[in-house]
Design a protein around this ligand. Structure first.
Ligand code: SF4
Ligand code: SF4
Length: 206
Protein backbone atom coordinates (compact mmCIF):
# COMPACT_ATOMS: atom_id res chain seq x y z
CA UNK A 1 0.00 0.00 0.00
CA UNK A 2 1.13 3.56 -0.67
CA UNK A 3 2.76 5.11 2.39
CA UNK A 4 1.93 8.85 2.29
CA UNK A 5 4.55 9.56 4.97
CA UNK A 6 7.42 8.17 2.88
CA UNK A 7 6.40 8.64 -0.75
CA UNK A 8 6.02 12.00 -2.54
CA UNK A 9 2.57 13.51 -2.20
CA UNK A 10 0.52 13.63 -5.37
CA UNK A 11 -2.73 15.14 -4.27
CA UNK A 12 -5.99 14.56 -6.10
CA UNK A 13 -8.58 16.81 -4.59
CA UNK A 14 -11.71 15.40 -6.19
CA UNK A 15 -12.36 13.08 -3.25
CA UNK A 16 -11.53 15.82 -0.74
CA UNK A 17 -13.87 18.26 -2.47
CA UNK A 18 -16.76 15.81 -2.58
CA UNK A 19 -16.21 14.85 1.04
CA UNK A 20 -16.09 18.49 2.14
CA UNK A 21 -19.35 19.05 0.26
CA UNK A 22 -21.05 16.26 2.23
CA UNK A 23 -19.78 16.86 5.76
CA UNK A 24 -18.17 19.47 7.97
CA UNK A 25 -14.91 17.51 7.72
CA UNK A 26 -12.84 20.57 6.86
CA UNK A 27 -13.48 21.84 10.42
CA UNK A 28 -11.13 19.13 11.74
CA UNK A 29 -8.29 20.72 13.71
CA UNK A 30 -6.51 17.43 14.44
CA UNK A 31 -7.18 17.29 18.17
CA UNK A 32 -7.17 13.44 17.95
CA UNK A 33 -10.09 13.02 20.34
CA UNK A 34 -11.64 10.66 17.78
CA UNK A 35 -8.57 8.42 17.66
CA UNK A 36 -8.00 8.37 21.40
CA UNK A 37 -11.54 7.01 21.92
CA UNK A 38 -11.61 4.55 19.03
CA UNK A 39 -11.58 0.95 20.33
CA UNK A 40 -10.11 -0.46 17.11
CA UNK A 41 -6.98 1.61 16.45
CA UNK A 42 -4.83 -1.43 17.37
CA UNK A 43 -5.99 -3.09 14.12
CA UNK A 44 -5.84 0.04 11.92
CA UNK A 45 -2.99 1.23 9.74
CA UNK A 46 -3.96 4.91 10.25
CA UNK A 47 -5.95 6.23 13.22
CA UNK A 48 -9.23 7.99 12.30
CA UNK A 49 -7.77 11.53 12.60
CA UNK A 50 -5.10 10.64 10.04
CA UNK A 51 -7.70 9.22 7.66
CA UNK A 52 -9.55 12.53 7.86
CA UNK A 53 -6.31 14.46 7.28
CA UNK A 54 -5.23 12.29 4.35
CA UNK A 55 -8.67 12.63 2.77
CA UNK A 56 -8.48 16.41 3.09
CA UNK A 57 -4.99 16.39 1.57
CA UNK A 58 -6.31 14.54 -1.49
CA UNK A 59 -4.43 11.32 -0.76
CA UNK A 60 -7.05 9.15 -2.44
CA UNK A 61 -4.91 6.05 -2.94
CA UNK A 62 -3.77 5.99 0.67
CA UNK A 63 -7.26 6.59 2.07
CA UNK A 64 -9.20 4.26 -0.21
CA UNK A 65 -6.58 1.53 0.08
CA UNK A 66 -6.15 1.62 3.86
CA UNK A 67 -7.25 -1.03 6.33
CA UNK A 68 -8.79 1.50 8.71
CA UNK A 69 -11.98 2.10 6.70
CA UNK A 70 -12.71 -1.66 6.68
CA UNK A 71 -11.72 -2.26 10.30
CA UNK A 72 -14.07 0.53 11.48
CA UNK A 73 -17.16 -1.04 13.04
CA UNK A 74 -19.25 2.12 12.87
CA UNK A 75 -19.60 2.27 16.67
CA UNK A 76 -19.72 6.11 16.46
CA UNK A 77 -17.51 6.70 19.52
CA UNK A 78 -15.39 9.06 17.39
CA UNK A 79 -18.46 10.94 16.16
CA UNK A 80 -19.76 11.54 19.68
CA UNK A 81 -16.31 12.70 20.89
CA UNK A 82 -15.55 15.11 18.06
CA UNK A 83 -15.73 18.72 19.30
CA UNK A 84 -16.58 19.84 15.76
CA UNK A 85 -19.53 17.44 15.32
CA UNK A 86 -17.83 15.73 12.38
CA UNK A 87 -19.59 12.46 11.57
CA UNK A 88 -16.38 10.43 11.33
CA UNK A 89 -18.21 7.09 11.39
CA UNK A 90 -20.30 8.33 8.45
CA UNK A 91 -17.11 9.39 6.65
CA UNK A 92 -15.69 5.88 7.10
CA UNK A 93 -18.85 4.40 5.58
CA UNK A 94 -18.71 6.83 2.69
CA UNK A 95 -15.04 5.96 2.08
CA UNK A 96 -15.91 2.24 2.01
CA UNK A 97 -18.39 2.90 -0.73
CA UNK A 98 -15.92 5.11 -2.60
CA UNK A 99 -13.27 2.38 -2.38
CA UNK A 100 -15.65 -0.21 -3.87
CA UNK A 101 -16.89 2.19 -6.53
CA UNK A 102 -13.36 3.15 -7.60
CA UNK A 103 -12.36 -0.51 -7.91
CA UNK A 104 -9.70 -0.14 -5.21
CA UNK A 105 -8.43 -3.54 -4.08
CA UNK A 106 -9.23 -4.06 -0.43
CA UNK A 107 -6.45 -4.96 2.01
CA UNK A 108 -9.19 -6.75 4.01
CA UNK A 109 -11.04 -8.75 1.29
CA UNK A 110 -12.92 -10.88 3.83
CA UNK A 111 -14.24 -7.79 5.63
CA UNK A 112 -15.10 -6.10 2.33
CA UNK A 113 -17.05 -9.16 1.20
CA UNK A 114 -18.87 -9.31 4.53
CA UNK A 115 -19.75 -5.61 4.28
CA UNK A 116 -21.18 -6.01 0.79
CA UNK A 117 -23.05 -9.19 1.74
CA UNK A 118 -24.52 -7.43 4.78
CA UNK A 119 -25.88 -4.60 2.61
CA UNK A 120 -27.18 -7.02 -0.05
CA UNK A 121 -28.95 -9.00 2.65
CA UNK A 122 -30.64 -5.91 4.08
CA UNK A 123 -31.86 -5.04 0.58
CA UNK A 124 -33.05 -8.60 -0.15
CA UNK A 125 -34.83 -8.92 3.20
CA UNK A 126 -36.76 -5.70 2.62
CA UNK A 127 -34.87 -3.31 4.87
CA UNK A 128 -33.99 -5.51 7.83
CA UNK A 129 -31.10 -7.77 8.61
CA UNK A 130 -31.77 -11.46 8.13
CA UNK A 131 -29.11 -13.39 10.01
CA UNK A 132 -29.69 -16.79 8.32
CA UNK A 133 -29.60 -15.13 4.89
CA UNK A 134 -26.44 -13.20 5.79
CA UNK A 135 -24.62 -16.28 7.09
CA UNK A 136 -25.69 -18.46 4.16
CA UNK A 137 -24.88 -15.90 1.50
CA UNK A 138 -21.54 -14.99 3.08
CA UNK A 139 -20.55 -18.64 3.30
CA UNK A 140 -21.49 -19.12 -0.34
CA UNK A 141 -19.55 -16.05 -1.51
CA UNK A 142 -16.39 -16.77 0.42
CA UNK A 143 -16.23 -20.16 -1.31
CA UNK A 144 -14.76 -23.41 -0.06
CA UNK A 145 -18.15 -24.83 0.98
CA UNK A 146 -17.34 -28.27 -0.41
CA UNK A 147 -13.99 -28.36 1.39
CA UNK A 148 -15.69 -27.29 4.62
CA UNK A 149 -18.26 -30.03 4.15
CA UNK A 150 -15.55 -32.64 3.66
CA UNK A 151 -13.49 -31.47 6.62
CA UNK A 152 -16.49 -31.32 8.96
CA UNK A 153 -16.06 -27.55 9.49
CA UNK A 154 -19.48 -26.87 7.93
CA UNK A 155 -21.15 -29.21 10.42
CA UNK A 156 -19.33 -27.43 13.25
CA UNK A 157 -20.66 -24.09 11.93
CA UNK A 158 -24.19 -25.50 11.72
CA UNK A 159 -23.93 -26.85 15.26
CA UNK A 160 -22.85 -23.40 16.43
CA UNK A 161 -25.78 -21.80 14.54
CA UNK A 162 -28.14 -24.27 16.22
CA UNK A 163 -26.66 -23.47 19.62
CA UNK A 164 -26.99 -19.72 18.97
CA UNK A 165 -30.61 -20.18 17.86
CA UNK A 166 -31.32 -22.28 20.97
CA UNK A 167 -30.01 -19.44 23.13
CA UNK A 168 -32.00 -16.91 21.10
CA UNK A 169 -28.85 -15.22 19.79
CA UNK A 170 -29.79 -16.05 16.20
CA UNK A 171 -33.29 -15.76 14.77
CA UNK A 172 -33.76 -18.61 12.27
CA UNK A 173 -36.40 -16.95 10.12
CA UNK A 174 -36.76 -14.07 7.71
CA UNK A 175 -37.72 -10.75 9.31
CA UNK A 176 -41.07 -9.05 8.68
CA UNK A 177 -40.89 -6.68 5.76
CA UNK A 178 -41.01 -3.01 6.58
CA UNK A 179 -43.81 -0.78 5.37
CA UNK A 180 -41.34 1.66 3.82
CA UNK A 181 -39.57 -0.95 1.72
CA UNK A 182 -39.82 1.16 -1.43
CA UNK A 183 -38.06 4.07 0.31
CA UNK A 184 -35.32 1.70 1.41
CA UNK A 185 -34.88 0.42 -2.14
CA UNK A 186 -34.68 4.03 -3.35
CA UNK A 187 -31.96 4.74 -0.76
CA UNK A 188 -29.92 1.79 -2.00
CA UNK A 189 -30.43 2.88 -5.59
CA UNK A 190 -29.04 6.30 -4.79
CA UNK A 191 -25.76 4.86 -3.55
CA UNK A 192 -22.88 4.55 -6.03
CA UNK A 193 -22.69 0.81 -5.76
CA UNK A 194 -26.31 -0.06 -6.40
CA UNK A 195 -26.68 2.67 -8.98
CA UNK A 196 -24.04 1.01 -11.13
CA UNK A 197 -25.17 -2.58 -10.61
CA UNK A 198 -28.71 -3.76 -11.10
CA UNK A 199 -28.00 -6.98 -9.23
CA UNK A 200 -26.50 -6.60 -5.77
CA UNK A 201 -23.05 -8.03 -5.26
CA UNK A 202 -21.84 -7.96 -8.86
CA UNK A 203 -18.83 -5.79 -7.99
CA UNK A 204 -17.61 -8.16 -5.34
CA UNK A 205 -13.88 -8.70 -5.19
CA UNK A 206 -12.13 -11.88 -4.17
S1 SF4 B 1 -12.09 14.61 17.01
FE1 SF4 B 1 -12.89 15.78 15.26
S2 SF4 B 1 -11.64 17.66 15.19
FE2 SF4 B 1 -10.57 16.17 16.51
S3 SF4 B 1 -9.13 15.11 15.11
FE3 SF4 B 1 -11.00 13.89 15.20
S4 SF4 B 1 -12.21 14.63 13.45
FE4 SF4 B 1 -10.65 16.15 13.84
S1 SF4 C 1 -16.85 4.47 14.32
FE1 SF4 C 1 -15.01 3.45 13.55
S2 SF4 C 1 -13.39 5.01 13.63
FE2 SF4 C 1 -15.07 5.68 14.95
S3 SF4 C 1 -14.55 4.99 17.00
FE3 SF4 C 1 -15.87 3.41 16.09
S4 SF4 C 1 -14.47 1.95 15.13
FE4 SF4 C 1 -13.28 3.83 15.56
Amino acid sequence: MLNPFKEPLEPSFSLAERLAGLTSVSACYQCKKCSSGCPLTFAMDFPPDQVIRLALLGQDAAVLGCRTIWVCSGCETCTTRCPNQIDIAGVMDWLKEEAIFSGQASPQPGVTRFHQTFLDTVLMAGGRLSEPLLLGLYQWRRGGTLEKLKSGALMADLRMAWELARRRRLVPRLPHRLKGVEEIKAMFKKSHFYEKNEKPGTQEKP
